[in-house]
Design a protein around this ligand. Structure first.
Ligand SMILES: *Cc1c(COP(=O)(O)O)cnc(C)c1O
Length: 444
């Protein structure tokens, strides 16, 4: 963004500048976050956002969509080629609306669907009970993990045989291991269910050949476009050949669920940016990017273990790592996340399998390498990051989170107030800033 020289400019520009500064000086380890190219970002503020285009290419409810039609068709064609699928919808506003659309297309109210439990690394939209659309409108059955923190496929099969779901979701948001889409497909076939692969987190790895593709196995594939895919905030729904063989109307059902069932006019600027991101993902440089995400994740995991930190499942097979902090006390993830933020490294607190504390005060930290890899960081920086995290943990350990609710809230309030001025953490922050500032937010 251009420097704001006009004092009379809206305060918001000033805040955006500060946010840009924050992103540059800090190290972002939130595995769902990334940075997209200047090309992707410039398209988002283009004139495309002022156009209404309800409907689909050549079937619009508004006139003047000649260029928008070409842009949307180009986005579809690029993704069809990239993933080798016969059909794509690029209109969902984001991942959650996309999952809602797939569920709405395939299920009737009260139908049974299965997904990985939120506390085991699944997503809210996979049938999390009570508070979500999927959990309230449908009958959710949630599966979990085995004692090695891996998905328990035998449990998935037993639950499927018992509950006869119409839809099984295979997808994760906090799971460090490879998904076996073939196994999921066998289970889905055995009970006649649709299989939705939600690859939001790992699309970039799939494109780079660093994670097996779900396309030969799933009927529908959903992905956000802003995580490892490195495009704009948005989503895509792919219908596979296998999907069309199971249900010839599948693509039409998905289209109708996105519009007019759940959405209005598509965000054309996002559609164009998805097309640009798809073009970038077809280049050899993107494959190199995906490979480096994996190398960095392995290096970071090894360095954290070297520092004596425990990892859920003992490591990673993708872009993501869960640090298990239970040895320092239940709920310690909360304190560590706060302290890391002060030290210039932001991540998010996360439940670990069989969480002993609570989802609000969990005992783990979730980190990942997509953003630092986009910035050009390599194995040497991963070692430094692991050392900084270990210093933060070591510095604040020994402070137990009180078990009682009010005491806990008060403790955290005091803790937060105290650590923003903590000299050890601020010293780390200065070291982080020096390194982070050398890496632009986006490089090829
Ligand atoms: C991020 C994510 C979503 C939701 O995406 P939003 O764009 O945040 O709505 C859905 N499923 C999975 C597996 C995700 O990781």
């Amino acid at each position: 963004m251009k420097k704001n020289t006009n004092k009379n400019k809206d305060l918001i520009f000033n805040l955006i500048q500060k946010e840009e500064q924050r992103q540059k000086e800090m190290i972002g380890l939130i595995p769902s976050e990334n940075q997209s190219s200047d090309d992707v970002r410039s398209v988002l503020s283009s004139c495309l956002s002022s156009k209404y285009a309800e409907g689909y290419p050549k079937r619009r409810y508004y006139e003047g969509n000649q260029m928008i039609d070409e842009i949307e068709i180009e986005a579809q064609e690029r993704l069809k080629k990239l993933f080798d699928v016969p059909y794509v919808n690029v209109q969902p506003y984001s991942g959650s609306p996309a999952n809602s659309a797939v569920e709405f297309a395939l299920l009737e109210e009260g139908d049974t669907m299965m997904g990985l439990a939120l506390s085991s690394g699944g997503h809210l939209t996979h049938g999390h009970p009570k508070v979500t659309f999927s959990g309230r409108y449908f009958n959710p059955v949630q599966y979990g993990l085995d004692k090695n923190a891996r998905i328990d496929y035998e449990e998935v099969r037993q639950l499927a045989l018992k509950h006869k779901p119409k839809l099984i979701v295979a997808g994760t948001t906090a799971y460090p291991f490879t998904l076996d889409f073939k196994k999921f497909a066998e289970i889905a076939d055995e009970v006649g269910a649709y299989l939705l692969a939600d690859i939001s987190h790992i699309t970039g790895l799939v494109v780079a050949g660093e994670h097996p593709s779900p396309v030969p196995y799933a009927h529908v594939v959903m992905s956000t476009t802003h995580k490892t895919f490195r495009g704009p905030r948005g989503a895509m729904i792919l219908v596979t050949q296998r999907g069309l063989e199971k249900d010839a109307d599948l693509a039409d059902k998905i289209d109708k669920a996105v519009f007019p069932a759940l959405q209005g006019g598509p965000h054309n600027e996002t559609t164009a940016a998805i097309a640009i991101a798809a073009g970038e993902a077809m280049k050899p440089e993107f494959k190199a990017y995906g490979k480096q995400i994996r190398k960095n994740a392995d290096a970071l995991a090894a360095a954290l273990q070297q520092e004596g930190l425990k990892l859920v499942g003992d490591g990673t097979e993708n872009h993501l790592i869960l640090i298990d902090l239970t040895t320092f006390g239940d709920g310690f993830g909360t304190q560590v996340a706060f302290a890391m933020d002060v030290a210039g490294i932001y991540a998010n607190r996360n439940t670990i399998p069989n969480e002993p504390c609570s989802p609000f005060y969990p005992s783990g930290i979730r980190i990942g390498t997509p953003l630092v890899t986009t910035r050009g960081m390599k194995e040497a920086e991963m070692t430094k990051i692991a050392q900084w995290i270990a210093r933060v943990v070591d510095h604040i350990k020994g402070e137990q989170l009180p078990a009682e609710k009010t005491a806990r809230r008060l403790f955290l309030k005091e803790f937060k107030k105290r650590i923003v001025k903590d000299e050890v953490l601020l010293k780390i922050r200065a070291e982080v800033k020096e390194v982070a500032s050398k890496f632009p937010l986006f490089t090829w």
